[in-house]
Design a protein around this ligand. Structure first.
Ligand code: ZN
Length: 94
């Protein structure tokens, strides 16, 4: 998932819609644009929550001598300091 974070969309949407409402009737189009941003942000948030839940380390069986990378959620050697797949630094949790 690349690009803007869901909270950026939600914050932008809130800002645009609240500003246009404060200015008045002529800005009603911007209120709808703000709401659209808000909707995109919420949709992204739901999507991220679902995909993150599916990648939960608890759901993936772990082989002995391996750890799950905290970034790419793949199994990599437990004695490595960095993930062999994506290069992320591994946190020792055991
Ligand atoms: Zn990785």
């Amino acid at each position: 998932m690349s690009g803007l974070s869901p909270w950026t969309w939600i914050a932008t949407g809130l800002l645009v819609s609240l500003t246009s409402i404060a200015i008045g009737d002529r800005m009603i189009l911007f209120a709808w644009i703000g709401l659209a941003f808000l909707a995109i942000g919420v949709a992204k948030l739901v999507f991220v929550t679902i995909t993150t839940a599916q990648k939960s380390p608890l759901d993936i069986p772990k082989e002995k001598g391996t750890v799950l990378c905290t970034r790419c959620y793949r199994q990599t050697r437990a004695d490595y300091n960095f993930c062999g797949i994506c290069g992320a630094q591994l946190r020792k949790t055991y």
